[in-house]
Design a protein around this ligand. Structure first.
Ligand code: B12
Ligand code: SF4
Length: 441
């Protein structure tokens, strides 16, 4: 079958190095392994007219969408159906997982819940055989006026059985910016923590248990990328790559050498409470250049409200350790908690001044579908934005009604933390966002 895969990042305000949508590259890989032909378009770098050309000879379209992109996913759906009403269009990714029924009612022929590799293959088989799409495990589809869910698919326990994401579908030259040339990787799926702005949503996407790929498979994938594409810098997108402690990285160091890639450079995300000196030293031996940490706030009260499960002292200790070992740091900060006061914002500014991250990025606490912050905001009647798709964590600046601070206070804190980090990436763009906060947009 000919399958057209689309990432609908169409006119989405973004900056910095674009990241390849790994989920669709995984779907592309399993389809190709079964002998299907795949064309892939990311509308951040490809013109929509190329999708029009592709669907002229396609048997199926697959779209991946987060919540913020869902309106754009629906536009692509409409455009496809205007040209080829007969062509099945399937949606997967975070929004289809979290708002499955809505996705089907919006007109998609099927919506995939959670991990998509096996479900996509079953849907393709059903289409090939002319069978109905409803009733397939891990998906939902319309049967007359009803949305019918297939049985729960669960999650593949052994991630090593999946093929590597198919990177031949992507032209990395379109993604790299300035000196930033990272190829995205994933060494695990899932996270055992319980942050208010993330859980239980993430469990629906990646399962309750953390599943890891073997160090050998990860190292081999990196070596293949180095030999086929010539890239040796990687960005691990795992939520909890360092959860397994030093053990994984001891294996990783050995496997990188076996795979013929002794000196890769990579960056990852981690929690401050996971870091120990031996772990950091072992990560350094494996090539870590920088780590991004969810610092979130300098107020313990706000951290506890977010159910973040970290202590301010752990943040300070971890940043000190990284500085000592020459490992770069990025701090993610979350402003706009409904319990936050001016004093809490000042504590956050002081913490950032104290830990001196090399770079920084701030978001605004946003009630997304399926996260506990959303339930809290509904209960407390403090949502400012009713339509969930209109929330986007950065550009929609007032997702919650804040009663303890003003928009100007939040903007002040955003500007002050940027002032404290002279070399933050994309500082001008973040400054512009901070200033929009002050306007109370
Ligand atoms: C890397 C990342 C980014 C990167 C790159 C995004 C990209 N191009 O992929 C950047 C930094 C740009 C980013 C930005 C944002 N992100 Co982000 N991001 C992630 C992260 C950490 C990893 C994504 C990933 O590659 N996963 C690995 C792949 C294998 O999983 P997957 O994409 O889910 O795909 C699987 C299934 O979903 C399914 N599937 C996916 N697509 C399709 C399509 C079809 C047809 C089928 C059948 C199946 C299928 O099958 C895949 C394989 O099993 C996730 C958290 C996470 N753990 O997934 C958050 C996450 C997706 N991001 C999130 C958010 C909120 C954002 C932002 C809105 C934040 C902001 N404004 O700053 C923006 C919006 C970006 C956008 N355009 O959508 C939320 C999404 C919540 C939601 N309801 O949509 C997540 C879940 C984080 C969280 N815990 O809140 N993000
Ligand atoms: S925010 Fe990070 S640490 Fe917290 S639950 Fe989500 S993935 Fe886990």
């Amino acid at each position: 079958m000919n399958v057209t895969l689309v990432y609908p990042r169409w006119d989405y305000p973004t900056f910095g190095q674009l990241q390849e949508p790994l989920g669709l590259l995984h779907i592309g890989a399993v389809l190709k392994a079964r002998g299907h032909q795949v064309e892939f378009f990311d509308l951040a770098v490809d013109r929509i007219e190329r999708v029009d050309e592709s669907i002229a000879h396609a048997d199926l379209v697959g779209i991946s969408s987060s919540t913020v992109l869902f309106g754009r996913a629906a536009l692509v759906l409409r455009r496809v159906k205007e040209r080829r009403p007969d062509l099945p269009v399937i949606v997967g990714g975070p929004h289809a997982t979290l708002r499955t029924e809505d996705a089907v009612m919006r007109g998609f022929d099927a919506a995939v819940v959670g991990e998509g590799e096996y479900t996509m293959l079953d849907l393709v088989e059903a289409i090939e055989k002319g069978k109905p799409l409803h009733g397939i495990a891990g998906s939902a589809a319309r049967d007359g006026d009803r949305v019918v869910f297939g049985p729960d698919r669960g999650f593949e326990p052994d991630l090593d059985v999946f093929p590597d994401p198919d990177r031949t579908l992507v032209d990395y030259r379109k993604y790299f910016a300035d000196d930033i040339e990272y190829v995205g990787m994933m060494s695990s799926r899932g996270c055992p923590y319980n942050c208010l702005f993330c859980k239980p949503m993430l469990d629906k996407m990646h399962g309750m248990r953390v599943r890891r790929r073997s160090a050998r498979r990860v190292a081999r994938e990196m070596a293949n990328i180095a030999s086929s594409l010539g890239h040796t810098r990687f960005l691990f997108k795992d939520d909890t790559m360092v959860l397994g402690g030093s053990e994984f990285f001891v294996d990783f160091e050995r496997e990188l050498a076996v795979a013929g890639l002794p000196d890769p450079r990579w960056v990852c995300q981690a929690r401050v409470d996971q870091i120990t000196p031996p772990l950091l030293e072992q990560m350094k031996r494996c090539g870590v250049e920088a780590i991004a940490f969810g610092v979130e706030s300098g107020s313990q009260k706000v951290l506890d409200f977010f159910r973040k499960g970290i202590k301010i002292e752990q943040t300070i200790r971890t940043f000190d350790l990284c500085h000592e070992l020459g490992i770069g740091t990025l701090a993610f900060v979350m402003l706009g908690a409904p319990v936050e006061t001016r004093e809490d914002l000042e504590a956050t500014v002081r913490l950032i001044e104290r830990i001196r991250p090399d770079s920084l990025s701030f978001s605004i606490a946003t009630p997304g579908p399926g996260n506990s912050l959303h339930d809290y905001a509904v209960e407390q009647e403090i949502r400012n934005v009713e339509a969930i798709e209109e929330n986007d964590y950065q550009y929609n600046t007032r997702p919650l009604k804040l009663s303890l601070v003003s928009a100007a206070d939040v903007a002040w804190a955003a500007n002050a933390i940027l002032d404290a980090v002279p070399n933050a990436f994309y500082k001008d763009e973040m400054r512009a966002r901070a200033n929009r906060l002050a306007e109370g947009a």
